[in-house]
Design a protein around this ligand. Structure first.
Ligand SMILES: [Zn+2]
Length: 372
């Protein structure tokens, strides 16, 4: 079968490879499921791995099959698989509990304390940019047929659901928390999905991006579901509180770390800031009013938390969010899926769009590996 693989540590090494089709007998205990990949999403993580910024091959191998965002159809199940059958649509989670951390042991590998991760398509386990994969049924989420067309967005949504769930859990410290307003920094794929998730919860949502709103699909998508959109050149995040008031919740998804310090100054008392950008650079930020920020965090009981990866629970919440969004905002998620590339052999096109996303006006780029 065909797959797209990289050689870790070698820049721009992505290539099409021909490998053996996996078998359900590769998975122990009769719990194996063979899945035919229908769609596979692409994002900055895949670009960074192909740029050799990180990414690790499985032990004993010198290549890594890319891809963590996925959607497929079950073609065969092991004898002990109970909840899945041939023809079911599924999305697989990404991180696996292969480490020594206590959190791996208790099934919360998304909170692992190990510095080595086991993540499909990212670190030590092959990913989903392939025609088929096998997986233990425990890591597969069944997807209803009605949301099949947009289910490749489930993995990025799961990260957001984890962030929002953490905010909820943390805010239990306040016997009463009725958040009303939120700011979402960055209106790429993750930012827009966050705008959606917060609108579905009834938040007044303010999205911020780099580009001017006129003729900008990202701005239009914010406005289409009742959120505002502002270009930060026109209205900075810090100034925005004069217009919209301070926020109960701020979600950062820009990939530009200095904005975090601005965001910290826009929170209401008891407010929470959720960070989701994996900023791999070495940038430092001068001119940060650190005394002021520190004092406001202390006196106002403010909180900042990171969200990365997600476990089964967050994927399941994501399925509900997608179904809810399809009911409330029909067609909105499909509009986000701007760039379809047919066939794994056209992986170079995917990287071109990822590198030059702005020029292409891309929000979500994905492979159609096989027509469903
Ligand atoms: Zn991704």
């Amino acid at each position: 079968m065909k797959a797209v693989a990289i050689t870790p540590g070698e820049k721009g090494s992505a290539k099409l490879v021909e490998i053996d089709k996996p078998k359900i007998s590769d998975i122990n205990d009769g719990n194996g499921v063979l899945v035919e990949v229908l769609k596979a999403g692409a994002c900055g993580t895949d670009r960074e791995i192909n740029n050799a910024e990180y990414g690790t091959a499985p032990e004993g191998e010198d290549f890594l099959i890319l891809g963590h965002e996925n959607f497929g159809r079950v073609v065969e199940v092991g004898e002990n698989v109970r909840d899945l059958e041939k023809g079911d649509h599924v999305v697989a989670t990404v991180r696996r509990p292969c480490g020594d951390s206590i959190y791996d042991t208790i099934g919360q590998q998304d909170f692992t304390t190990d510095s080595e991760y086991y993540e499909r398509g990212i670190s030590r386990i092959h990913g989903y940019w392939a025609e088929f994969y096998t997986e233990n049924a425990d890591f597969l989420i069944k997807v209803p047929k009605k949301i099949a067309d947009v289910a490749v967005l489930l993995e990025p949504i799961s990260i957001i659901k984890k962030g929002l769930k953490q905010a909820e859990d943390i805010q239990r410290r306040l016997d009463i928390w009725h958040p009303k307003t939120a700011a979402v920094l960055g209106t790429g794929n993750v930012g827009l999905l966050t705008v959606m998730a917060l609108r579905l919860r009834g938040f007044e949502v303010h999205g911020f991006g780099l580009q001017e709103p006129e003729g900008y699909l990202h701005a239009e998508l914010c406005q289409a579901i009742g959120a505002t959109y502002d270009a930060t050149r026109e209205l900075s995040v810090t100034d925005s509180v004069k217009k919209y008031g301070e926020y109960d919740l701020v979600f950062e998804a820009t990939g530009y770390s200095p904005i975090v310090f601005d965001a910290m100054q826009t929170l209401k008392e008891n407010g929470i800031l959720i960070l989701s950008s994996v900023t791999g650079g070495k940038r430092t930020t001068d001119g940060v009013p650190s005394d002021l920020i520190n004092q406001e965090f202390v006196l106002g009981n403010r909180v900042m938390v990171g969200t990365v990866n997600a476990n089964r629970e967050h994927f399941e919440m994501g399925v509900k969010s997608i179904a809810h969004a399809e009911a409330m905002y029909p067609g909105w998620l499909s509009r986000m899926m701007t760039h379809k590339v047919e066939g794994l052999e056209n992986f170079e096109k995917v990287f071109d769009i990822l590198e030059n996303g702005g020029e292409y006006g891309a929000i979500k780029t994905y492979f159609e590996v096989k027509k469903s």
